[in-house]
Ligand binder design. Structure first.
Ligand code: ZN
Length: 272
């Protein structure tokens, strides 16, 4: 599932393809991704508009139009934006196409592809609640250790589940949370309110390092768990890269997570 680094890379691509360009046509037949709007609404709202900018918060993209309207895009499980020649035929997983023309006259066709169709595309005159309710974005806003410690300190949930709560931090998913907790040497089942300020500082460092690494690696969206470049994610049964104990998989907060039972310690009691 696309997380912050994947969506940030999609934002950079969309900005380079569409920034300053004028939309000549927008078409879709997919009512599920466009819910509650219809394909006709999408075409009418976008046609003739110029793209002012493309921004991101967490896993949401916001394409800003010159009339103040915005197109919000969430990639769901398997969504991604690609660019094709205007005459290129639609792929089977293609759900939406937005044709643009740049100031120099160059035409291209930006397509939204999504095999499993859990993605969303919403045209709105104002920011949608899903966008406004997001917590700080680690890349766009930075992470303030003190406010994250306060926010985690109010929760009795497992730290892994709390980190993936989009109102706590925007954009953190299973991969980022798993890798950051491995880097911080903290058991993902530890209670959020049992973490020390030092623990939270290590989680912040772990998240920042993992985001930087993934942005540099340019991992394509929707890539699977078999990526060899992870320390813990998707590597249950394999040796911990730090202490060589066997990594184990557990279910916490309804999600599977992988961690090292030897060097990731469980915090249980409140620090004070
Ligand atoms: Zn280990």
């Amino acid at each position: 599932m696309p997380e912050l680094p994947d969506v940030e890379l999609a934002r950079r691509r969309l900005r380079s393809w569409m920034g300053g360009a004028t939309i000549t046509a927008a078409r879709s037949t997919d009512r599920r991704i466009l819910r509650p709007h219809s394909p006709a609404t999408l075409g009418a709202a976008l046609r003739g508009r110029t793209v002012r900018g493309v921004s991101r918060r967490g896993k949401w993209l916001r394409i800003e139009l010159d009339d103040g309207r915005r197109l919000f895009s969430h990639l769901g499980m398997t969504g991604d934006w690609v660019r094709r020649a205007p005459e290129a035929p639609a792929h089977a997983s293609e759900r939406v196409r937005i044709d643009v023309v740049r100031a120099g006259g160059r035409r291209s066709s930006v397509r939204y592809v999504d095999t499993r169709r859990f993605g969303r595309l919403i045209v709105a005159r104002e920011d949608i609640p899903e966008w406004r309710e997001l917590g700080p974005d680690p890349l766009a806003d930075g992470i303030d250790t003190r406010s994250l410690a306060e926010s985690l300190g109010r929760s009795r949930r497992a730290v892994k589940a709390a980190l993936m709560d989009q109102t706590v931090l925007a954009g953190v998913g299973n991969i980022l949370a798993t890798e950051a907790l491995w880097r911080a040497r903290i058991d993902p089942r530890s209670r959020s309110d049992a973490l020390s300020r030092g623990d939270v500082g290590k989680i912040v460092q772990g998240l920042s390092a993992e985001i930087r690494k993934e942005l540099a690696a340019r991992r394509p969206a929707g890539d699977d768990a078999r990526d060899e470049s992870f320390f813990a994610y998707g590597r249950a049964g394999q040796a911990c890269p730090r202490c060589e104990a066997s990594l184990v998989r557990v279910v916490t907060g309804g999600r599977t997570t992988t961690f090292c039972p030897r060097c990731q310690l469980r915090r249980t009691s409140s620090p004070g």
